[in-house]
Write a protein that binds this ligand. Structure first.
Ligand SMILES: C[S@@+](CC[C@H](N)C(=O)[O-])C[C@H]1O[C@@H](n2cnc3c(N)ncnc32)[C@H](O)[C@@H]1O
Length: 402
């Protein structure tokens, strides 16, 4: 089976693509990682000798994996603004105390953010990151706002907050659900006060707009993958994900949905890097094992000859598989060339069984990817049931066969 020819784009697809490229090429897309590192930790089985290649996104998960003490983490992202966010977090870990750090990245607001940025953090940043944050450190300075209402994903969160302001009864039910002591209570509140009130035609309409998905970093081919799999389309897919998260999993530690509903984390419900002891472990040296890079995965692998034992590639292959199938094949050949014996790959997809795994050929013998990699489908399915984000149909764990 050969790489599919890039799908002929309709006029609307071209327009959606132009909008996506325009907003993506000048924005911070992810102000927080939207993939569950607690699940990744169980899948990665990290050790002190491991060297990781991880796509940075907002850097939260890179910091999470660093807490497990691997040898090195190469944090790579093609979007320099994502790298700039990781750089700011690393500078803050090195130079701020815990209370100031939690104000910035836990609360999303620090009353002295401008002064701390100029006097303490700015000097630690690369020229690009400095230029970027010189214009945007104010994202941390609004007492009624939050850093988590900025960036593209933040715009959607701000829109949701405004919607809840217009629906006080629904807002009260959402607050009640986030404070629920157990899953049974959550389920009761969701069924009684949220499901019927929230899933209105207007909400379904907004969710099925490409612009909403573009703001959430989902380009139209990835949206199409969801539509192909789910009879009710994107809105119904999102509804199923939200219903699973709030009716089947505890919200007490679900910081992913909480930050987008409230605009901030709490000390009990936040990413691991924001917990006091973990912050100090990072400050005492674990954060120094992280090396940020702004380039594509392929560019990084071409320039490096280091053997990588763990790869965390998020859902970026969905982006490439329809736009740049040849580049994705090239990337897999480079990934396998740099993979240490027995290396493990983690990635996600909007498709439960991503088609590109069947047409990618690697190596001089052009062997099918599924011949070169052993997929742990049962482990992946079991861990996916624990996933607190739950918006990816596909979660894949694969080892290089001996
Ligand atoms: C698809 S998004 C994943 C975001 C992730 N789901 C999250 O919520 O945290 C991909 C991220 O990978 C980056 N990216 C996409 N293609 C890339 C490539 N070929 N090399 C490096 N980074 C890439 C994007 O800039 C973005 O930050």
């Amino acid at each position: 089976m050969n790489a599919p020819h890039p799908q002929p784009l309709t006029l609307l697809d071209r327009f959606d693509q132009k909008v996506f490229d325009a907003i993506y090429s000048r924005s911070l897309v992810y102000n927080t990682c939207w993939e569950d590192p607690a699940v990744d930790r169980k899948a990665l089985e990290l050790g002190a000798d491991d060297t990781l290649l991880v796509i940075t996104s907002a850097g939260c998960n890179v910091l999470d994996y660093a807490l497990l003490g691997p040898k090195r983490i190469h944090a790579v992202d093609a979007n320099p603004r994502q790298t700039a966010l990781l750089e700011l977090k690393l500078a803050a870990i090195r130079r701020l105390d815990y209370e100031d750090f939690f104000a910035f990245f836990g609360r999303g607001y620090h009353e002295a953010s401008a002064q701390l940025y100029h006097d303490v953090l700015r000097a630690e940043l690369s020229p690009f990151a400095r230029e970027w944050w010189d214009e945007r450190h104010r994202w941390f300075s609004s007492p009624h706002g939050s850093f988590y209402f900025h960036g593209l994903a933040g715009i959607v969160a701000r829109g949701f907050r405004t919607y809840l302001k217009l629906r006080p009864a629904l807002a009260a039910a959402v607050r009640e659900l986030l404070a629920a002591p157990d899953v049974a209570t959550q389920r009761r509140i969701y069924d009684r006060s949220i499901a019927g009130e929230f899933w209105k035609r207007s909400v379904n309409w907004v969710l099925s707009r490409q612009i909403t998905m573009s703001l959430l970093g989902v380009p139209h081919p990835q949206r199409r993958l969801v539509q192909e799999q789910h009879p009710g389309g994107v809105a119904a897919f999102v509804r199923d994900a939200i219903e699973y998260v709030f009716r089947e999993l505890s919200v007490r530690d679900n910081y992913f949905w909480r930050v987008y509903v409230t605009g901030h984390y709490t000390r009990d419900c936040c990413p691991e890097y924001l917990k006091r002891d973990n912050f100090h472990a990072l400050k005492m040296g674990l954060a120094d094992r992280i090396v940020p890079h702004t380039c594509t995965i392929s560019e990084f692998l071409e320039d490096s000859d280091e053997a990588i034992s763990r790869f965390v590639l998020l859902d970026h292959m969905d982006w490439m598989s329809s736009y740049y199938p040849a580049a994705l094949i090239e990337e897999w050949n480079l990934l396998l060339r740099r993979a240490a014996p027995g290396a493990r790959f983690l990635f996600r997809s909007a498709h439960a069984r991503p088609g590109f795994l069947d047409w990618i050929r690697v190596g001089a013998q052009r062997r099918p990817l599924r011949e070169v990699l052993h997929f742990h489908d049962e482990l992946a399915a079991r861990l996916q049931r624990e996933d607190r984000v739950h918006t990816y149909a596909g979660f894949l764990i694969a080892d290089v066969r001996p």
